[in-house]
Design a protein. Structure first.
Length: 298
């Protein structure tokens, strides 16, 4: 089943409340997927300081102080590292891809959960409400966030199997549904040099979108290519540093509701996840049409 939430803030006065609103939304989707969850937050200075590259790592059995020392020596700049539940979050005053390269060289066994300027990705196994509390999500600020509650159908229940899949710089994808031709598309992408971390069908979608964006296409065009290429049932939310987009498959059997005000745009699998957002009573609310890409830019 799975649950999707996403929040794009237009009003800077709401930035301090992003995490609290996102945590409430994520908790409302717990019964759609209670085995694991993940979130991506754009703009929280405690995890991703302005002007710094940030990398989120999983499956790394190394203390944060050691990560700071090792990566700092490799880069020649101070590196901050902190453990946020199961995710090791590192930041440094260098480009995100430079930091990512140093992290991969030092810790090739680690799984990259996300990377980019202003972006933090956190994942974990367990009830989404409990995970949100362990992350301190309610205290996070920022301008945009996406989240996912997972009912695993395609791969193991592990932090690495949780969404979002964030495989390109500042890019995230969350998915409710399944891709029936993911194995074929994975083979085609591998033939073009794309590497994979899991057998999860959602990762194929994320790698496909990242591949399209790397080729110079915008988010809307990339999602139209998803509709033309992938078979199955899906609702997708794709975000990057400056945009937020939603698309559903041609049959649109996976639920989704969008709400929009002058202060924010929000997406969720069910309306109850939107019901406590400020000003929702005055929002324009609709169900996204099949294969129509809805996108907003910061």
């Amino acid at each position: 089943m799975c649950g999707i939430v996403g929040l794009h803030l237009r009003n800077p006065d709401l930035h301090p409340r992003l995490g609290a609103m996102l945590a409430e939304m994520l908790g409302e989707m717990q019964d759609r997927g209670a085995d694991s969850a993940g979130i991506a937050v754009y703009g929280n200075p405690d995890w991703a300081p302005p002007g710094h590259g940030c990398v989120s790592l999983l499956e790394l059995d190394v203390l944060p102080d050691e990560v700071s020392t090792t990566l700092g020596a490799a880069l020649g700049v101070p590196v901050a590292a902190q453990l946020v539940d199961a995710t090791l979050v590192a930041s440094a005053p260098v480009g995100a891809e430079e930091l990512l390269g140093a992290a991969r060289a030092a810790y090739p066994e680690a799984l990259v959960a996300g990377f980019g300027a202003d972006l933090t990705v956190l994942k974990g196994v367990g009830a989404p409400r409990d995970l949100a509390e362990s992350w301190g999500l309610a205290n996070a600020s920022g301008w945009q966030g996406v989240g996912h509650t997972r009912m695993a159908t395609e791969s193991a229940v592990t932090p690495s199997g949780a969404h979002p899949y964030a495989v390109g710089p500042e890019q995230c994808l969350v998915h409710n549904g399944s891709f029936s031709n993911h194995a074929t598309i994975r083979r085609e992408l591998r033939a073009e040099g794309v590497e994979f971390d899991s057998e999860n069908d959602t990762e194929v979608g994320a790698r496909f979108v990242a591949h399209q964006l790397a080729a110079g296409k915008d988010v809307e065009t990339a999602l139209k290519e998803v509709c033309a290429t992938f078979d199955g049932f899906y609702t997708l939310v794709v975000s990057n540093h400056d945009s937020f987009a939603v698309v559903r498959d041609a049959i649109a059997c996976k639920p989704a509701v969008i709400a929009e005000t002058d202060d924010w745009v929000a997406i969720a699998s069910e309306y109850r996840a939107l019901a406590k957002l400020p000003g929702v009573e005055n929002a324009r609310i609709w169900e996204p049409e099949p294969e129509v890409v809805y996108a907003w830019t910061r």
